[in-house]
Design a protein around this ligand. Structure first.
Ligand code: ADP
Ligand code: MG
Length: 331
């Protein structure tokens, strides 16, 4: 385990049993998050994002697999130790966290409250002010919570989550109920806290646009990591793409989606490619000089027909080439 890895999920499986039914929420999920990373987690509803957050945050235990956070094996912890881990080391922000704040207390008082409850005596006001400054609410710190907008309340909630200085912040759809403009102020708050305090942060979102606001985005599909989006440096993109592309690359950030290869060597081919190339159940892998090519493998009958069609095409090309050469010679 590398010292730099803050979170390691290894082959996580979570099965919920409801009456006679089993729901597989995570099926062999691997994820590594670096210390101090700001990570976005995207995926359709029901793909297992919240289940992952709950396990990493110590609210729930996996059915199988391993999970380490900050060099601690969460599975080896007793219930009591896990409880303590959650309180001391994890800050949670939910979609509606703001609703759990106290409306008649000021922003500042709301941030101080968890410190009071944890028995902190000194430095509460100072820390509250530092956190509110970082989320951009210095001028609103004396306002009662009920006097703040939804986005401002959510930023207070983020400051509250960090009141007791957890090392990790887990945010489950924190922008789920706000408009795009407000979402930007919330992302900016996460970014500043991440940069200035070095808190490792995971943000679950429905919004694919989150890639612009984080270091890396992982996509979960059916309880597994399916793809990863990295921010590409602009110079990499400019290579021989022509002036137009170069100009464009200068203006925008470029994101490249990478497929995730799990520890067993599996990768998930994006659905649109499966459809476009007619993949069905089997694939053929061809080794080339600079990589491998994955082709759909057809059923035997279809394959013979396809191969005959390819031969015919090649023959036609050959003949027209021959004809071309003959005509050329005739000149
Ligand atoms: P997401 O957050 O990506 O929408 P979840 O992690 O909440 O997905 O859920 C993943 C799957 O597990 C879904 O099919 C969901 O219905 C199921 N699930 C989640 N929590 C429970 C639970 N407590 N009991 C039973 N099934 C659950
Ligand atoms: Mg969820």
């Amino acid at each position: 385990m590398s010292q730099e890895s803050f979170i390691i999920c290894d082959n996580l499986v979570k099965i919920y049993k409801v009456a006679q039914l089993e729901v597989v929420a995570l099926q062999g999920l691997d994820l590594t998050v670096a210390r101090g990373e700001l990570l976005g987690v995207v995926g359709a509803s029901g793909s297992g994002k919240s289940t992952l957050m709950n396990i990493v945050g110590g609210l729930d235990r996996p059915t199988a697999g391993r999970v380490w956070v900050n060099n601690q094996d969460l599975l080896k912890m007793s219930d009591l130790a896990l409880d303590h881990y959650r309180r001391a080391q994890v800050g949670f922000v939910w979609q509606q966290t703001a609703r759990n704040l106290i409306p008649y207390l000021s922003a500042e008082e709301n941030v101080e409250l968890p410190m009071t409850l944890a028995g902190t005596v000194r430095g509460k006001r100072k820390r509250a002010q530092m956190l509110l400054e970082t989320v951009g609410l210095t001028r609103r710190r004396r306002h009662a919570l009920s006097q703040l907008s939804g986005g401002e309340q959510q930023r207070v909630a983020i400051a509250v989550a960090l009141a007791n200085a957890p090392r990790m912040l887990l945010a489950d759809e924190p922008t789920g109920e706000v408009d795009t403009e407000t979402a930007l102020t919330i992302y900016a708050a996460f970014r500043r806290l991440n940069t200035e305090l070095g808190v490792t942060t995971l943000i679950v979102s429905h919004d694919p646009g989150i890639a612009r606001h984080v270091d890396r985005v992982v996509a979960i599909r059916d309880g597994k990591l399916a793809a990863e989006t990295m921010r590409q440096t602009k110079t990499e993109r400019v290579n021989g793409d022509g002036d137009e592309a170069a100009a464009e690359a200068e203006e925008e950030e470029v994101f490249e989606e990478l497929l995730v290869l799990d520890s067993a060597g599996r990768l998930q081919i994006p659905k649109h490619l499966l459809e476009e190339y007619g993949f069905q159940g089997r694939a053929r892998i061809e080794v080339h000089e600079d990589g491998v090519l994955i082709r759909p493998a057809m059923r035997q009958g279809d394959e013979r027909a396809a191969s005959a069609a390819v031969d015919e095409l090649a023959e036609r090309k050959r003949r027209s080439g021959l004809l071309g050469r003959l005509l050329h010679r005739g000149h």
